[in-house]
Design a binder for this molecule. Structure first.
Ligand SMILES: [Zn+2]
Length: 491
């Protein structure tokens, strides 16, 4: 009789412990989520956990500068702002190139920490080169200094869908996105959207809850035409129509009101000029260095023992050229602590181009310059149940997006350079979309009943059990809680 009473005591105390522990820390959502899927082949799908998991789609229009939305009518961007939030100034990551910034968006890390320090890199330890133009992209070793959000989402039991996002067709830490399209620039925007909508609307155990979507424009046109060209107006109108198309497809699929949509980019674009060229061949022999990454932030690997020679040959040759030894790169750029950052870095002033000589073709627009320049900043808008409406924020950092997305998805963020506190005002004041297995009314009612039962039990307990019997009880309840705590730590 007494032992039955004691085991019931364990049960009630455990309920009380769970009741007190669970709602306090939103990080527990990931733990709950894993339970939703824990059944695996055990059937019994759905239940409470499947009701309405938060959904999030992150869309990048490559090279969409923050102010493009204001130079021509963009009704779909305007609707997004009205229905959601807009951030005027987003300081992205240095260098303002495509691969580093797309990886920063999904890791919350600066390039020196996530390791994708440029579109073209050399790793001295691997003795290998990386180029976004070659199959080196598919070598996971380049990507594994960080863990992208789709991997974290899946480790916590979520499902991710990726349409062409840089790195999303690479097996990073042994994991591909749950669903993904191998990179193929010729797949039209509409087909990418259709695939994502199918993934989001699949029957529940199959449905993705986090998606990433990438589109190559207006970057390509920005390079070819120059951002100041009036021909860019047509390109921006086309992007606005693509956004409208996406929203329509989401509406048709019944996703529009349930899904959180973030529209941003990796960087902006600035106009180049044929008069603003710096030719390295005029100052230093090519025999003395290897050219690793190109304008406007050029990475040079001097030949053995030639660093000082190359450095002094280039220092001060042009007032529009900054020459840094790796250890002298300004700290605020967060761009020095990685072996893939070369011993010499040359940074052109905005609008200037660094070449070896003028033999190659000239672009009319480029990016990659300092992330303090407004022209390098991307657009940022978001809407959905997690976001406020018709709210404009002055400034954020692109690394802040990662903890924000983790919060929306109910995931515990990995260590990162961002801050949820800096962007929390973007979120709607109401309860954030209930995390998987979340805290709706049913758990609340259950909690109140549980608490009443515990109180009732304690009254009986105090009457029937002596103080001596309480001691082993405390010990055993600690044992019971241990496996749960351990599981929590594994997240
Ligand atoms: Zn880009």
């Amino acid at each position: 009789m007494r032992s039955r009473l004691l085991s019931r005591a364990h049960c009630y105390l455990f309920c009380l412990w769970a009741l007190l522990a669970s709602p306090v820390r939103p990080q527990h959502a990931g733990h709950n989520r894993r339970k939703d899927h824990g059944g695996g082949g055990g059937g019994g799908g759905g239940g409470e956990g499947a009701v309405d998991r938060p959904k999030l789609l992150l869309l990048s229009f490559d090279g969409f500068r923050w102010d493009y939305v204001d130079r021509v009518p963009t009704p779909n961007f305007r609707a997004l702002k009205r229905e959601g939030v807009k951030v005027k100034v987003v300081e992205n990551a240095y260098i303002t190139k495509t691969f580093p910034n797309h990886y920063s968006l999904v890791t919350g890390l600066y390039a020196e920490t996530h390791g994708i320090v440029a579109n073209e890199m050399f790793d001295p330890a691997l003795n290998r080169s990386f180029s976004m133009e070659t199959d080196s992209v598919y070598d996971p070793r380049w990507w594994e200094e960080a863990v992208p959000l789709w991997v974290t989402n899946q480790r916590a039991g979520g499902r991710s869908g990726a349409a062409m996002w840089p790195g999303s067709d690479v097996k990073i830490h042994g994991v591909y996105p749950t669903r993904y399209l191998p990179y193929n620039a010729s797949v039209p925007f509409a087909a990418r959207v259709a695939q994502l909508v199918r993934w989001f609307t699949a029957p529940d155990p199959e449905a993705v809850d986090f998606g990433v979507l990438y589109w190559e424009e207006p970057d390509e046109s920005g390079h070819n035409l120059g951002p100041e060209s009036s021909l860019m107006d047509v390109v921006i109108v086309d992007i606005d129509e693509k956004l409208g198309f996406l929203c329509n497809e989401l509406k048709k699929a019944g996703l529009y009101e349930r899904l959180n949509l973030i529209v941003t980019s990796d960087h902006g674009m600035t106009q180049l000029s044929a008069d603003k060229i710096i030719e390295l061949d005029q100052y230093v022999s090519r025999e003395l260095y290897t050219w690793v990454d190109k304008s406007p932030v050029v990475a040079l690997l001097p030949k053995d023992g030639r660093l000082e020679e190359v450095y002094s040959a280039l220092l001060g040759v042009n007032p529009h050229l900054s020459v840094y030894k790796k250890e002298d790169i300004p700290e605020h750029l967060h761009y020095s602590h990685n072996a893939r950052i070369m011993p010499l870095l040359l940074e052109a002033q905005e609008g200037w181009t660094i070449v070896q000589n003028r033999s190659g073709p000239m672009m009319l627009g480029n990016h990659g310059y300092s992330n303090t320049l407004p022209s390098m900043h991307p657009v940022f808008l978001a809407r959905g149940p997690a976001f406020r409406q018709d709210y404009v924020k002055e400034t954020m950092r692109s690394v802040d997006l990662y903890p924000l997305m983790c919060h929306i998805l109910g995931l515990r963020p990995l260590p990162n350079n961002g801050s949820l506190a800096r962007v929390q005002d973007l979120l709607s004041a109401g309860p954030s979309p209930s995390p998987p297995g979340g805290y709706g009314y049913a758990p609340a009612v259950g909690s109140v009943l549980g608490a009443l039962m515990v109180l009732g039990f304690l009254l009986v307990f105090v009457r029937q059990v002596t103080l001596k019997q309480l001691r082993p009880l405390a010990v055993r309840s600690r044992e019971m809680s241990q496996p749960l705590l351990q599981e929590d730590l594994h997240l």
